[in-house]
Design a protein around this ligand. Structure first.
Ligand code: GLN
Length: 497
């Protein structure tokens, strides 16, 4: 390719093809995106890059491409949420607790994408330990900046990008990477994808290995790709999914799949369930309008809209905010100043060292979750909170199974509003409540995705959420791809990028 300025316009499928056809080299592609990452440091998308490491990986892919025996995504640049551990880049989970930490190994998701030929551009900003919905809980300074900052939404830098995978969404939306990985515990792939106008999918719980993903709430955490189109997500998800029995005991014994195969299938006759509870009073008009327009588009494509009910939708918020902190309080007990990262400098004895290390290393939101989690797991409260929440979690999953008797997939909004302004959300409970539409699928372990559906107030993007039954990622991607053949929201770009 002669004109390098066009490189960042290529999505995963196009860029992989250009690399295979040797119209561009892996080194050129990596250099182009690294230059963009540096030129747009003000967006705070990247926490770390390392040119030498990236270019060495790119050279290795160019050598493979020269033999004609290259892996399917040989030379494709990708950036990882800083929750995946990486051997060649620092890993912080955007926490002071892990400042300067280097993992001795790669997360399975990172290793699989490398195996597929991907070249790592760097590590991306997020909320600390993936706890948050705006990227404002990041506690590590982004590349080239002095103080911790959330990534900024490229559609309007005064607005949040969403979270916790905010840096991933920004990197893709601003063309600082053709694709990125994210993690989704209660919406952290879908919601930032929605706020930044990109496509993202969280697979069925257990389809992507959690090995090397810094644990937040282990029974909910899943990895997934974020890219511009459903086709690009399908290419990446095909590499990410698959059993990892040696390393993740919850990884499912379900074979890897080529998700690009079913993209072209007609969706005529597809029954799309529309849950009444996802369109209640809290939903802002601009989001409602865009989501309804996308549903109309589906009708034009021959799908049938079926009114359904997910009666315990509202309960998903208290249930999640009991269970996720409970698991987090247990998972984060490993950060004790001994094994990883930060250790307090001055302390009198071991207990004092633990206390000071954790007081200094964790940010406020992480501490809040540890305290809530410890409380709901403590004797006397365990039955009243934790156990009750577990029971309702099961009922929420059952409600989905009842709904899937009437429909093939479920559609609705991802979030009640477009991206809020930076600094606007001061009260944690109102931010928790805004997770209402993403939490149900997380609690049930179902695959879910966000597909660009148009634009709302202040010209900010709106995502359509699609939820499938277990192992129905292919159906979600097919429906998303068909919508993207009929609309161009996913092709729009923020001004200046
Ligand atoms: N916003 C939710 C939370 O703060 C979800 C985060 C996530 O999916 N990692 O917990």
């Amino acid at each position: 390719m002669n004109n390098n300025t066009d490189l960042h316009d290529l999505g995963v499928a196009q860029l992989a093809a250009a690399l295979r056809a040797k119209q561009v080299s892996a080194v050129e592609a990596a250099q182009h995106f690294l230059a963009r990452a540096k030129a747009h440091q003000g967006l705070a998308a990247y926490l770390a890059i390392d040119e030498d490491v990236t270019l060495a990986q790119a050279r290795a892919q160019d050598a493979a491409l020269a033999t004609g025996q290259a892996a399917p995504l040989a030379g494709l640049p990708i950036a990882h949420k800083d929750v995946f551990v990486t051997r060649d880049f620092p890993t912080t989970a955007a926490s002071k607790m892990l400042a300067g930490y280097r993992s001795p190994f790669d997360a399975t998701v990172v290793a699989r994408l490398a195996q597929a030929g991907c070249v790592t551009l760097g590590k991306l900003n997020c909320d600390e330990f993936a706890m948050g919905a705006s990227n404002e809980k990041a506690a590590i300074a982004a590349l080239g900046l002095d103080a911790p900052q959330p990534a900024h939404n490229p559609w309007n830098p005064r607005h949040v990008p969403g979270g916790s995978s905010g840096g991933s969404a920004v990197a893709v939306a601003a063309r600082l990477a053709p694709a990125a990985t994210g993690t989704d515990t209660g919406g952290s792939i879908r919601q930032p994808a929605s706020f930044c106008g990109v496509t993202g999918i969280k697979p069925t719980y257990g389809r992507a290995s959690r090995y090397g993903m810094i644990a937040f709430a282990s029974s909910l955490d899943q990895a997934g790709p974020m890219a511009r189109s459903a086709e690009d997500c399908a290419l990446l998800l095909s590499q990410i999914c698959g059993p990892d029995p040696e390393r993740d005991a919850t990884s499912l014994d379900h074979p890897a799949e080529d998700f690009t195969r079913g993209l072209q299938g007609s969706i005529a006759g597809l029954r799309i369930g529309v849950p009444a509870e996802f369109f209640s009073d809290g939903l802002q008009d601009d989001v409602r309008t865009a989501v309804e327009a996308a549903l109309k588009e589906y009708e034009k494509l021959g799908a049938r809209l079926v009114p359904i009910s997910l009666p315990r939708t509202a309960l998903s918020v208290p249930v999640y905010y009991i269970l996720a902190p409970a698991e987090a309080s247990s998972n984060l007990s490993r950060f004790d100043g001994v094994r990883y990262g930060h250790r307090a400098e001055n302390y009198s004895d071991l207990l004092d060292m633990y206390k000071k290390t954790r007081a200094e290393g964790f940010g406020d939101e992480v501490k809040r979750r540890i305290m809530i989690g410890t409380y709901v797991l403590s004797e006397g409260y365990y039955d009243a909170y934790y156990l009750q929440a577990q029971k309702i979690r099961r009922m929420i999953a059952d409600d989905f199974q009842a709904a899937f008797q009437q429909c093939d997939l479920i559609a609705g909004p991802v979030a009640p509003s477009v991206a809020p302004q930076l600094g606007a959300q001061t009260d944690p409970v109102s931010s928790y409540l805004a997770d209402i539409y993403t939490l149900p699928a997380s609690l049930a372990g179902l695959p879910g995705m966000s597909v660009p559906a148009g634009f709302g107030g202040a010209g900010l993007p709106v995502g359509l959420q699609l939820i499938g039954n277990y192992f129905q990622e292919g159906r979600l991607l097919n429906a998303a791809h068909q919508l993207q053949l009929a609309t161009d929201h996913h092709l729009r770009r923020p001004e200046g990028f």
